[in-house]
Design a binder for this molecule. Structure first.
Ligand code: FAD
Ligand code: NAD
Length: 367
């Protein structure tokens, strides 16, 4: 066994160690935190460069080395949650004994505030692209085998393309491949695929280029970002979701998670604002879910409906909200999630405060 633990300064002082057998090299990260899971660790290795970024609250602990010997492309990651230990097991290409793990690269063995780490990207392959509405498509990207990255619920990533020599970066929120998928096969979830619902703006900068990609082309994907915390669901009884247009995207995983994992939940209601019926993403899936799960209701509100539309009309308003946001019990614990165009979200938050919902009861999704 060889070891080169380097203790680090800092509040949580994470550290790492490594050991080997004839065929394997295991890198162990001691986070000294209890709330660590597979979402907390992002691993990339390309050629001989190995990088592991562990998210610890608002900090990243980075292991970044040029490996001293070659390893296979795939590896495994294991998290021992109650002690906050992460094992990354690499397979040696040759059964030689390593004298050292490798040489340090940028930020190796350092704990850095997340805002200072910069976004690290890996290239993903476009696997499929499928029309959902007249202007919105479901894109499936595949992570390289040499990467481990899971996007936590309520978080987004940045996609990057080089357009006429300039790198363009825009944020997008991963979804599941369809609304009910995580109910059906929770165990078979393949974390190599990341799905996005993306609206193509014909005169937009980024989305037409994304739309022009061929299957097999690559897009760079950043590490996840965002301040939604799953602990906001704790003991939750009523969940209200206010979504406008593609502001529906963070609601997809939230819906899935809440209906499957929160036993205290009595009611989940989605109010979905769109311009026309044709703009509604996954309308029939939402209606099916409402039929299947009595806790869930969906209401569509259109700002530019045809004369045949019998449902609700207009923009977000005090009248619409006060009727919609009824607690299932007098003092039930509520969370309201809101996402859409900035004026929609800002107006919504203002109206929610006027209706006496507290800051803790509201989560808004913004950049
Ligand atoms: P842009 O070039 O930004 O243009 C968009 C539209 O605005 C076009 O119609 C354009 O003509 C018009 N426009 C541009 N500039 C102006 C201006 N100055 N005045 C008036 N109009 C203008 N989108 C999704 O589809 N799916 C998602 O999951 C998703 N997640 C997001 C997550 C976050 C955290 C945020 C902040 C945004 C998210 N978005 C999402 C939006 C996404 O990031 C892009 O803004 C969107 O795709 C448009 O990019 P674009 O470059 O193609 O268009
Ligand atoms: P859209 O133009 O089709 O509008 C959808 C609905 O939003 C409208 O029917 C209307 O009810 C409401 N709306 C639009 N403009 C409004 C205004 N000025 N005031 C009040 N309500 C208004 O929407 P879209 O093109 O699908 O755009 C979706 C927006 O959501 C984008 O701006 C995108 O950046 C944002 N988004 C943000 C996140 C996030 O922050 N996490 C995630 C996804 C999407």
């Amino acid at each position: 066994q060889v070891s080169d633990t380097l203790a680090k300064e800092g509040p949580s002082s994470p550290s790492y160690d490594w050991f080997q057998t004839d065929s394997l090299v295991t890198i162990v990260i001691y986070t000294k935190q209890k709330d660590i899971n597979l979402d907390s660790i992002i691993v990339d290795h390309q050629d001989n460069s190995f990088r592991a970024e562990t998210i610890i609250k608002d900090y990243s602990y980075i292991i970044h080395v040029g490996l001293s010997h070659e390893v296979e492309e795939d590896f495994s990651v294991r998290v021992v949650e109650n002690v906050g230990k992460i094992d990354i097991v690499l397979k040696k290409k040759e059964t030689t004994s390593w004298k050292r793990l490798g040489h340090p690269l940028e930020n190796h063995n350092s704990l850095i505030p997340r805002r200072d780490t910069g976004l690290y990207y890996r290239k993903c392959q476009l696997i499929s692209k499928e029309g959902v509405t007249h202007d919105t498509k479901l894109f499936c990207l595949m992570l390289p085998p040499s990467a481990h990255l899971q996007v936590p619920i309520g978080q987004h990533v940045y996609l990057k393309l080089t357009i006429t020599g300039t790198e363009i970066v825009k944020p997008y929120t991963p979804v599941s491949d369809f609304l009910l998928s995580e109910f059906k096969e929770p165990v078979l979830l393949n974390n190599k695929y990341i799905y996005f619902l993306i609206k193509i703006y014909p005169d937009g900068l980024f989305t037409p280029e994304l739309d022009h990609l061929q299957i097999g082309d690559s897009v760079s994907v950043s590490i996840p970002e965002g301040n939604f915390k799953i602990s906001q669901f704790q003991e939750l009884e009523d969940l209200f979701l206010l979504a406008a247009g593609t502001g529906f995207t963070p609601m997809v995983k939230i819906l899935n998670y809440a209906l499957t994992n929160i036993p205290s939940l009595r009611k989940v209601k989605l109010m979905f604002f769109n311009k026309t019926e044709d703009d509604i993403i996954w309308r029939s899936q939402l209606e099916k879910l409402a039929f299947k799960d009595k806790r869930f209701d969906v209401e569509f509100v259109l700002s530019a409906p045809t004369s045949e539309w019998n449902g609700k009309r207009g923009h977000i308003s005090p009248a619409l909200l006060s009727e919609f946001l009824k607690r299932s019990l007098d003092k039930s614990k509520v969370l309201i999630c809101i996402c859409g165009p900035t004026p929609f979200t800002e107006q919504g938050i203002r109206l929610l405060h006027e209706l006496n919902f507290s800051k803790d009861e509201i989560h808004s999704f913004t950049a």
